[in-house]
Write a protein that binds this ligand. Structure first.
Ligand code: TRP
Length: 328
């Protein structure tokens, strides 16, 4: 089974990214051939700072390796190291009705907040489909927000196959178990590193992690009868990911009985979070001392994947009638 996923290099990764996606990436390394990408072409649709992009890309690689992506078990690469994906994007874009792209909720949301909307933001799902199809991936672990884009990739695969002959497998989504980690200081919003007090970063020292948990909002005023308040629900979400089932059951029972003390729950949670994050932080610090090693991992991946990418493109060029590329 060929597995593919990608993350944009927006800088250091927080607990929400880790629990929502990366933990799953790590697990899937044992389920099939995994290809993971740092989607820097995609990130140009938003942040266009050439001074920070290399650093953001490097930091993403550090985080992912520190979280447990193992270069022996998966292939982690930088999207722009395989420029063939942009050629496939062009070809697929010619088979993509704009009406389909116009329906994308992410595009509607993002473009509504922008003064000037760049075409890349509009064709973003085509690039994403090309990422997946270039390597003929079969399974794509994504969060809920990317499901619609993945549906587009499936449509593209079907359409290309119908027009030019069987070429691409239809990629299946694998919805990450809905671990939506909310902001600690405002549990009605998603955890975000750009909001002060919202996120725990994987580079945070133990005392900072503990302080964040201690201050986490649990009581949000009145909630409808029998419904857990969002802050408490968020604590239970984190508990379900980072603590043992026994611990979760223990606090659930107390909650049901109305005897739960938030201080105790937070104490247990912060100990388990520290236990999970400390080794990641330490590995991250070690890797940061070996930038050449990290870069070599990425380059080695690109060398390997480019062979596949070129083979797919050769097939696509032949099937579409574009023909072979003469050697330079
Ligand atoms: N668009 C995805 C995101 O922002 C990242 C991404 C790019 C991706 N290419 C992909 C995800 C291919 C899955 C498959 O989260």
């Amino acid at each position: 089974m060929k597995i593919y996923s990608a993350i944009q290099p927006t800088g250091a990764i927080h607990l929400g990214n880790y629990a929502g996606a990366i933990m799953n990436w790590v697990k899937m390394q044992d389920e099939g051939e995994c290809i993971y990408s740092i989607a820097n072409y995609h990130s140009l649709t938003a942040n266009k700072d050439p001074h920070t992009l290399p650093q953001r890309t490097f930091e993403a690689a550090l985080d992912l390796l520190a979280c447990g992506l193992d270069p022996q078990k998966c292939t982690l690469y930088v999207q722009s190291h395989i420029p063939e994906v942009t050629e496939l994007t062009w070809i697929l874009s010619c088979c993509a009705p704009i009406g389909e792209l116009n329906r994308m909720t992410q595009f509607k949301d993002k473009s509504a907040r922008m003064e000037v909307v760049n075409a890349g933001l509009f064709t973003y799902p085509i690039l994403m489909a090309s990422d997946i199809l270039l390597f003929k991936a079969e399974v794509v672990p994504v969060g809920e927000d990317q499901l619609q884009h993945l549906e587009v990739a499936r449509v593209f695969a079907r359409r290309f196959n119908a027009l030019f002959g069987e070429t691409f497998p239809e990629p299946q989504s694998r919805l990450t178990k809905a671990t939506r980690v909310m902001a600690l200081n405002d549990p009605t919003k998603k955890m975000s590193k750009s909001v002060e007090g919202s996120a725990i970063m994987l580079s945070d020292p133990d005392n900072v992690i503990k302080k964040h948990v201690k201050r986490a909002v649990t009581d949000c005023g009145a909630t409808p009868d029998g419904q857990m308040s969002p802050g408490v629900a968020n604590m239970f979400t984190l508990l379900s990911v980072f603590s043992t089932p026994e611990t979760v059951a223990h606090f659930q029972e107390q909650y049901q009985a109305g005897t739960l003390r938030y201080g105790e729950l937070k104490e247990a949670l912060s100990n388990d979070l520290v236990a999970a994050i400390a080794p990641i932080r330490e590995r991250r610090a070690e890797l940061a001392q070996k930038p050449d090693y990290v870069k070599e991992v990425l380059i080695e991946s690109a060398r390997k994947l480019r062979v596949t990418a070129k083979a797919t493109l050769a097939e696509v060029r032949e099937k579409t009638g574009l023909g072979v590329t003469p050697e330079a």
